[in-house]
Write a protein that binds this ligand. Structure first.
Ligand SMILES: C=CC1=C(C)c2cc3[nH]c(cc4nc(cc5[nH]c(cc1n2)c(C)c5CCC(=O)O)C(CCC(=O)O)=C4C)c(C)c3C=C
Ligand SMILES: [Fe+2]
Ligand SMILES: [Fe+2]
Length: 338
C-alpha cells in the first residue's frame, strides 16, 4: 500500500557560518516577495545593494557564536531531531520528510523523494505556530509552485497555523515552569516581528488591524488570520496554563529589520522600560519559534541580556523552545494524522 507523505518545513539557516554561505542564505530569504513585500526592482536594489552586503558579515559573526562543531546550526539540529522523532512515532504507514524554506535540505528535494515513492497524500506542516504570509504563506506558495509542474498531483493539504494547539501550549508552559515564573519580576512573550504593512494586508476589512485600539489583543472573526492576534492568543493560553497573571507578563515583538514600522511593542523597548522600572530578573518565552535558533539563543540571551544589564537589570532567562520535547512530538503526530 502506498504511504502517506508528511513534509515538515522550517525557515532555513545558512549551510555554514561563513560570510559567503550567510550571504547566499540572506539573498534567497530576503528576495522572497512575501518577506520583503515591495516592488521587485526596489527589492533587488535594497536587498542585493544594501541589506545583504552590510548584513552578511555581521550575521555571519553571530552565526559563528551559536554554531556547534558537532551539530551545526541549532535550527537545523533541532529540526532533524523533530523529524526523526515524528517519523519514529508515525511508523511504516508514513514517509516523513524535512525541508527548509531557504537553503538546505530544500523543499524541492523533499518533494522529489515523496514523488519518487508515489505517496497517496502529502500533508505540509510549516513549522510556524502563528500564520504569517512571510513564513507559512511562503512555504505554501513554494510547495504549490513546485507541484504545479507534476503530471499527477496527489492530495495535498497544509496546516495553516497551530497557535492554540493545547499540546504545543502545554509544552511551552512546562518549559516555563522549570524556571518557576513566580520568582521573576516579569515575564515576556517575545514573538518574531513583522512589518506593520504585512499585518494590515491580512486584514480583509481594511478597517480593523492597527486601526482599532487594542485590535489584536483578542482573537475574533475579523482578525483570526492575523499574526499579531494569534500571537496574543498563544501568549494568553501559555500564561493561563502557567498561572502567570495578566499584569505579570507583556507580549512584544523582536528581530526588526529596516526602518519601516514593525508590530509593536518592540522587545528592546519593553526591556528598557522594565529596567527603568527597577525590574531585575526577566523570564522570556519565544513562542513563534518551535526550535531554538539564532533569534532565541543569541538575540534574547546575549543581545537583550546585555542591554538589560547595561540598564541596571540582573538577568534575562530564556525559556527553551519546543525542540524535541515528547509532548511537542505528540502535537506534531496529531497534526500529521489529523
Ligand atoms: C517565526 C516565524 C518567522 C517570521 C514570521 C519571520 C519573518 C521575517 N524575518 C525577517 C528577517 C530575518 N529573520 C531571520 C532569522 C529567522 N527568522 C525566523 C523566523 C521567522 N521570520 C527564524 C526561525 C530565524 C532564525 C534562523 C536561524 O538560522 O537560526 C534573519 C537572519 C538572521 C539575521 O541576519 O539576523 C533575518 C534577516 C523578515 C524581514 C521577516 C518578515 C518580513
Ligand atoms: Fe525572521
Ligand atoms: Fe491584527
Amino acid at each position: 500500500m502506498s504511504k502517506k507523505g508528511i513534509l515538515l518545513v522550517n525557515l532555513g539557516t545558512p549551510d555554514s557560518p561563513s560570510t559567503a554561505d550567510v550571504r547566499k542564505y540572506l539573498n534567497e530569504f530576503l528576495m522572497d516577495g512575501r518577506v520583503i513585500d515591495i516592488n521587485p526592482v526596489l527589492r533587488t536594489m535594497l536587498v542585493q545593494g544594501i541589506i545583504v552586503p552590510f548584513r552578511a558579515p555581521k550575521s555571519a559573526k553571530l552565526y559563528r557564536e551559536i554554531w556547534s562543531d558537532e551539530t551545526g546550526s541549532p535550527l537545523l539540529h533541532y529540526s532533524k531531531l523533530q523529524h526523526a522523532a515524528l517519523a519514529n512515532r508515525l511508523g511504516e504507514e508514513y514517509q516523513v520528510e524535512l525541508a527548509m524554506r531557504y537553503q538546505s535540505p530544500s523543499i524541492e528535494s523533499a518533494l522529489a523523494r515523496l514523488k519518487a515513492n508515489l505517496v497517496s497524500d502529502i500533508k505540509v506542516i510549516p513549522m510556524f505556530p502563528q500564520y504569517a504570509s512571510a513564513s507559512t504563506g511562503s512555504v505554501q506558495e513554494k510547495v504549490m509552485d513546485l507541484v504545479k509542474t507534476w503530471q499527477t498531483i496527489p492530495n495535498i493539504s497544509f496546516v495553516n497555523s497551530f497557535h492554540d494547539d493545547d499540546l504545543m501550549i502545554q509544552t511551552f508552559a512546562d518549559n516555563a515552569q522549570k524556571h518557576q515564573p513566580a520568582t521573576y519580576d516579569h515575564v515576556l512573550f517575545s514573538f518574531h516581528g513583522l512589518p506593520q504593512r504585512q499585518l494590515m494586508k491580512c486584514d480583509h476589512t481594511h478597517s480593523y488591524c492597527l486601526k482599532v485600539d487594542g485590535c489584536c489583543e483578542t482573537l475574533n472573526d475579523t482578525n483570526k488570520f492575523c499574526y499579531s492576534a494569534q500571537s496574543y492568543d498563544t501568549a494568553r493560553l501559555i500564561a493561563q496554563k502557567s498561572g502567570i497573571s495578566k499584569d505579570q507578563y507583556t507580549v512584544c515583538f523582536q528581530s526588526r529589520l529596516g526602518n519601516d514600522p514593525w508590530v509593536q511593542p518592540y522587545t528592546s523597548k519593553v526591556i528598557e522600560e522594565l529596567a527603568h522600572q527597577g525590574k531585575k530578573r526577566l523570564l522570556v518565552l519565544c513562542p513563534a519559534f518551535v526550535a531554538d535558533c539564532l533569534e532565541t539563543v543569541y538575540e534574547v540571551t546575549k543581545e537583550y541580556g546585555d542591554e538589560f544589564k547595561a540598564l541596571g537589570g540582573e538577568h534575562v532567562q530564556l525559556v527553551q523552545s519546543l525542540n524535541d520535547a515528547p509532548m511537542f512530538i505528540d502535537a506534531l503526530e496529531r497534526l500529521a494524522r489529523g
